[in-house]
Design a protein around this ligand. Structure first.
Ligand code: ADP
Ligand code: 5GP
Length: 189
């Protein structure tokens, strides 16, 4: 069966770290759905790898053309969206699709794919840890950091809507748990 795995988590929870790990460990079975965004690339990010970096004009034109499965203004003035073409590309390669999306996008995708989808909510042990991780990554300036923390508060309210919740405390344990979850989901009929 064609399957999808949705990962959502408040910014700074470790989602990128976990998703990258899974893609490395299960490269034959999983493929990453590269989203489109209007935010600027961070240092080290490459167009077409982490995201398709689009102008707002281009993004909105694609919305009009119906190219997205879902799209959200995740942060003020910054759009993110899941492209239908990514799912088609990965399914045609025989892979399950891995999504890294915010909670609203995650819920839309879960609704869309139903039991073809496993929705995983990753969260930090507590807010202090989240704050520390966000600061240590230091990719955001202070006002963006505050916006991300506010958003994290909002996102934490959605964990009950996900199929599974994984608390990201010790990273090696999180990796193990996620690998087990993914393997079981892929193996299921
Ligand atoms: P997200 O994609 O959810 O915003 P990242 O994967 O970028 O989060 O992680 C945020 C920061 O926290 C990174 O610097 C990452 O190395 C670190 N991190 C992630 N998981 C853990 C963990 N279990 N323990 C300690 N630090 C972690
Ligand atoms: P970042 O800017 O840190 O890469 O990502 C910010 C947030 O946008 C993360 O919560 C990420 O999961 C979310 N995101 C990335 N791509 C998409 C997408 O295609 N759709 C939605 N709804 N959210 C996305």
């Amino acid at each position: 069966m064609e399957k999808v795995i949705i990962f959502s988590a408040p910014s700074g929870s470790g989602k990128t770290t976990v998703v990258k790990h899974l893609l490395q460990m299960r490269s034959g079975q999983l493929g990453f759905s590269v989203s489109a965004t209007t935010r600027k690339p961070r240092e080290g990010e490459k167009d077409g790898r982490e995201y398709y970096f689009l102008t707002e004009e281009d993004f909105r034109a694609r919305v009009e053309r119906g190219e997205f499965l879902e799209h959200e203004e995740v942060y003020k003035g910054i759009l993110y969206g899941t492209l239908i073409s990514e799912v088609e590309r990965l399914w045609s390669e025989g892979k399950a699709v891995l999504f890294d999306v915010d909670v609203l996008g995650g819920m839309q995708l879960k609704k869309r794919f139903g039991n073809k989808a496993l929705a995983v909510f990753l969260r930090p042990p507590n807010k202090e840890v989240l704050m520390q991780r966000l600061r240590s990554r230091s990719t955001e300036v202070e006002h963006q950091l505050q916006e991300r923390l506010n958003k994290a508060e909002f996102e934490l309210g959605y964990e009950k809507d996900y199929d599974v919740v994984v608390v990201n405390d010790k990273l090696d344990e999180t990796f193990q748990r996620c690998e087990t979850l993914v393997d079981a989901f892929i193996a299921a009929p």
